[in-house]
Design a protein around this ligand. Structure first.
Ligand code: AMP
Ligand code: ZN
Length: 122
């Protein structure tokens, strides 16, 4: 299925991004307006509007997507535990602050202080 949303276009390499991971199912790239020293976005390559549209059929790939999160965080500058760590955010819907209607995980970390917000700026 072909979609015209921004993240589908990034997934198809039609719009450039600073990609840090790509496989058959997922793409991770740097957020263009970082809210933390490390701020990645992880998306499924296929179009999914948000977490609100997930069903039981999505469990296998969603579990694989979640498993990628710590791997990508620590491979891209988040500091190791216990002092380090990362923040995982999935803004969902208008009141959830979602601006791009293609499921994405914000993965944020790095030395504090940095904003508690998950982008965009208030
Ligand atoms: P959200 O508000 O959760 O929908 O987050 C959308 C995020 O996408 C924001 O943090 C934006 O900074 C980011 N963003 C928008 N356009 C791009 C782009 N072309 N490349 C990378 N990140 C982007
Ligand atoms: Zn899309």
């Amino acid at each position: 299925m072909s979609h015209d949303c921004l993240f589908c276009k990034i997934a198809r390499h039609e719009i450039p991004a600073k990609i840090v991971h790509e496989d058959d199912e997922f793409l991770a790239f740097h957020d263009i307006n970082p809210a933390a020293p490390v701020h990645l976005l992880l998306i499924p390559k296929h179009h999914v509007a948000s977490l609100a549209s997930i069903t039981a059929d999505d469990q296998p790939w969603l579990a694989r997507m979640l498993q990628l999160v710590p791997e990508l965080a620590f491979a891209n500058g988040c500091n190791p535990l216990p002092e380090g760590g990362f923040r995982l955010v999935a803004n969902t819907g208008t009141e959830g602050g979602q601006e791009i209607d293609h499921l994405h995980f914000h993965i944020m970390g790095g030395a504090r202080p940095w904003s508690k917000r998950a982008a965009p700026a208030a």
